[in-house]
Design a protein around this ligand. Structure first.
Ligand code: PLP
Length: 466
């Protein structure tokens, strides 16, 4: 109780030089709030302290806590993470990091006025949806294109425009849930379309679709089962067959492709995933996909397809609520231009990571291993550092069953728990995420950016010395 009484009064704390310095740097209410928070924290801690503390000591503790809280709060919550997991499109880590052209382009549009909705040729009001349409049409072979907030929005807009108040036929094998509670059946309900399920979980035939068609049917829908695979005794309706049926019955076919790859990665062992171009040339009327998955761009939902449907979506009132901003358009245009120039493997980080050769990855792992050995050689907490072969993943709901051979470094610690080191690395700024195998820490090099190796080495030294 004695300790509680010795806690300095708020007024007394506020006139301390250190507090006054912070008040001159930040909003006064914010600093006062941080002082109160520090006092609360101290009160809480004092409950478990037996020995008596002097008022001056308590003041110093409060000032320290206040400073820590101010610095923590004022740096914001979004922070850089070094991805040592080898999962290229990690949905919890912001999916695709952007390439330099996308960033430069975005910077220029962000810091200046621009022609977002201005037709400069005619000096009249223009449309923001005009900007990337030509590029998308060129790259995918579709007749028209439209970009919205994300792929969930794209699916929603497509369904509501084409099938509100009418029936949409879907295979039971494709009633997908994507992470973050995006469920095809729920999205359908929200769009106002009536879901008609056909087939079974493992087998659906085109005849199942045909049998469900009636005068109320508006759309045939296919979802790419991006985050799972039904193997074994299973049968999906090929898109071509669905298109044939759609043509015969005069019904449009919409494919939710999910990841939407524009660049064929077969050469690097990533087969199976149909490209956007494949879907378009199969005759799908509408194809939707994400901008920040395998495309390697910003968060966006891209819709490509037949002109009349795209035009109908452009007229939808819902579009206003799903629209993209100038920064997204700039980043997307910057990304698509890399595809136009044909060098996505060099200039788009995600494609670069996925098309790295085994030799390149092995070399990168050896470089990291050498760096770590050089700097950590003298530490008594390291038992072993070595280059290892490991398995990476595409992530982002693409290639669910694929493990891609990668390289990395394994570290075995001694005198210190692996979990503790991993947790400390996760709590730093930037944070480092690693993998664990038995009693070893694994760092995959595929997902490390150029500057990450030096930074993470210094982070590990810091943790081991603390
Ligand atoms: C990822 C995914 C979505 C959701 O896309 P967002 O861009 O995250 O909204 C929808 N459908 C499929 C098949 C997906 O893979």
């Amino acid at each position: 109780m004695i300790n509680f009484k010795k806690i300095p009064a708020i007024d007394e704390i506020l006139v301390q030089t250190k507090v006054e310095k912070f008040i001159s740097l930040y909003n006064r209410e914010f600093v006062v709030d941080m002082v109160r928070k520090a006092v609360d924290e101290l009160r809480h801690e004092l409950r478990s302290i037996e020995n008596e503390l002097e008022a001056e000591v308590l003041m110093q503790i409060i000032l320290q806590k206040m400073e820590k809280n101010i610095l923590q709060t004022s740096r914001g919550t979004l922070q850089k993470v070094i991805n040592g997991t080898g999962v290229v499109l990690h949905t919890n880590l912001g999916r695709a990091p952007l390439g330099s052209r996308a960033i430069e382009y975005m910077m220029e549009m962000a810091t200046n006025y621009n022609n977002l909705e201005m037709n400069l040729e005619q000096g009249e009001r223009g449309s923001r949806y005009w900007h990337v349409e030509d590029l998308l049409v060129r790259l995918t072979g579709a007749e028209g294109a439209l970009v919205v907030n994300n792929n969930a929005a794209a699916v929603m807009l497509g369904l509501t425009t084409l099938a509100r108040g009418r029936e949409v036929i879907v295979s039971r094998g494709q009633l997908v849930e994507i992470g973050g509670a995006f469920r095809i059946p729920e999205v359908m309900k929200m769009s106002g379309a009536d879901l008609v399920e056909v087939g079974t979980t493992n087998k659906t035939y085109v005849t199942d679709f045909a049998a469900a068609i009636n005068e109320n049917t508006a759309l045939l829908f296919a979802a790419h089962t991006s985050n799972y695979k039904i193997l074994g005794f299973s049968e999906e309706v090929p898109l071509e067959d669905l298109v044939k049926l759609g043509k015969k019955c005069d019904l449009p076919v919409m494919q939710d492709l999910g990841s939407g790859i524009l660049y064929n990665l077969c050469e690097w062992g990533l087969k199976e995933e149909p490209t956007v171009q494949d879907c378009v040339s199969s005759g799908a009327d509408i194809v939707t996909f994400s901008g920040d998955k395998l495309l390697g761009g910003p968060q966006a939902g891209i819709i490509v397809g037949k002109k009349p449907y795209i035009e109908a979506m452009k007229k939808s009132q819902l579009l206003r609520a799903l629209r993209v901003d100038k920064l997204t358009i700039a980043a997307l245009e910057g990304t698509l231009l890399e595809y136009l120039e044909g060098k996505p493997g060099e200039n788009i980080p995600v494609i670069h990571m996925l098309s790295s050769s085994r030799e390149q990855l092995r070399q990168k792992a050896e470089d990291l291993c050498q760096l770590l050995e050089k700097k950590l050689a003298l530490s008594d907490k390291i038992e072993k550092i070595a280059v290892v072969e490991l398995e990476d993943m595409v992530g982002g709901g693409a290639y669910p069953t694929y493990k891609i051979p990668g390289s990395g470094v394994e570290i075995k610690f001694k005198q210190i728990q692996l979990e503790k080191v991993a947790a400390k690395l996760r709590l730093m700024n930037p944070a480092l995420l690693t993998r664990k195998q038995d009693d070893k820490m694994l760092i995959s090099v595929r997902t490390l950016l150029a500057e990450d190796m030096g930074i993470l080495t210094d982070m590990i030294i810091k943790v081991l010395n603390s």
